[in-house]
Ligand binder design. Structure first.
Ligand SMILES: O=P(O)(O)OC[C@H]1O[C@H](OP(=O)(O)OP(=O)(O)O)[C@H](O)[C@@H]1O
Length: 374
């Protein structure tokens, strides 16, 4: 049973290398500013607040698909996270019969900071999770942070005909209408399709936007990749600034138009692929048409090797099979994807060397303490 909201300083969360990259807030102030008394006092206060945030402890409630992640977090940092399994049951008529963990035999949730690990991989589980979020927010909790690594409706943010439903906006409406526990719900999302979607939230929910690109940068340093390629202008605008601290890394920007079905027409707009070891970077893969056409164009232009990275492997209808060894689109040496959609990436074959699933756990834990990482 938790004994307080914060762990003692001797049990603070140990920084991972991912956190150290963002650890400006926890470093002591530079001496050359000592003469500016106000600045120094402000900095000390800021650092104290940052340290307090890093030692904040959370009670974890997780969607069924996120239970393995919740267990791993609690196992690795038991002073910081306590996981309470929830019974996601159904009545015979298919309606929810849920019992949230941590309330019986003793209520250890009320008065605490709750971390809700969410996965919206279909409408049924999404509705169940909204019901649990409402119930938690009505249970006198101190705060609620929802980690939804992949927002599946991110691409449905606009309509071209009256009557179509922009589900990015309607989901945001549902989040915004959640009860308030005293402060707004923090919604942590990774590599949201379009950044402006954050402004669809209002009222009782605030978006906290994060990126998995730091994990790709580690892979670039480990391998011989010396060039990043963006399949379209949107991806270039979205991600290119995140690589500015890697001097020597070449950049290629492509242009994409969509045809019928999964037809994509890709052309190189800027940059030279000759003899480069390239990684194509995008937020998500669905049919794989975008990545495949980009890979083909880069190889035709003389690339020495081509790899792919996406944060979200959506892969409807097992479209990943085409990229696996022997598949009709097996054009990548490595295909990196995070486990933001565990129901999909847990099924990816990783033994034959094409797919590598990057674990978001340490990044999520680090990002809990750093509010703007885009
Ligand atoms: O694997 P695929 O089926 O090719 O889909 C993946 C592509 O779809 C999305 O872009 P989209 O073309 O929707 O961008 P837009 O918002 O500019 O239309 C996403 O950013 C990828 O580039």
């Amino acid at each position: 049973m938790p004994t307080g909201r914060y762990v003692s300083s001797s049990k603070q969360f140990p920084h991972s290398s991912l956190c150290q990259r963002n650890s400006k807030t926890t470093k002591s102030g530079d001496d050359h500013n000592d003469d500016r008394g106000n600045d120094r006092a402000q900095r000390i206060m800021y650092n104290q607040q940052a340290r307090q945030r890093e030692s904040m402890r959370y009670q974890i409630i997780a969607a069924e698909a996120c239970e393995p992640l919740a267990k791993r977090m609690a196992q690795k940092y038991p002073d910081r996270f306590t996981f309470h399994p929830t019974n996601w049951l159904k009545f015979p008529d298919g309606t929810d019969n849920i019992e949230i963990g941590g309330f019986t035999p003793v209520n250890v949730i009320s008065g605490e900071h709750v971390l809700f690990l969410a996965s919206f991989h279909n409408n049924d589980v999404t509705l169940s999770q909204f019901q649990v979020m409402i119930c938690l927010l009505q249970s006198f909790i101190e705060s609620m942070t929802v980690v939804l690594p992949f927002s599946p409706v991110g691409t449905m943010e606009r309509v071209i005909r009256e009557g179509q439903v922009a589900t990015a906006a309607t989901y945001a409406h549902m989040f915004s209408s959640l009860p308030r526990c005293g402060r707004p719900t923090r919604l942590m999302v990774y590599d949201l399709h379009t950044l402006q979607n954050r402004f669809y939230l209002h009222g009782n929910a605030v978006a906290s936007l994060h990126s998995a690109i730091p994990m790709l940068k580690d892979k670039i340093k480990e391998t011989g990749v010396n060039c990043v390629a963006f399949p379209d202008d949107g991806a270039a605008k979205r991600f290119s600034k995140m690589f500015e601290d890697m001097p020597g890394l070449e950049v290629i920007v492509c242009g994409k138009t969509r045809g019928e079905g999964d037809t994509r027409i890709v052309t190189i707009q800027d940059g030279n692929a000759t003899d480069k070891h390239i990684v194509i970077v995008d937020d998500l893969v669905q049919t794989g048409g975008t990545l495949y056409e980009t890979g083909k164009v880069l190889k035709d232009a003389g690339a020495a090797s081509v790899n792919a990275f996406v944060t979200h492997g959506v892969f409807p209808n097992d479209s990943w099979k085409l990229f696996n060894k022997g598949g009709a689109r097996a054009c990548f040496d490595k295909f990196w994807v995070t486990n933001s959609i565990p129901t999909v990436t847990d099924t990816l074959p990783t033994k034959d060397g094409v797919f590598e699933v990057l674990d978001l756990m340490d990044l999520i834990i680090c990002d809990l303490d750093h509010f703007s990482c885009i």
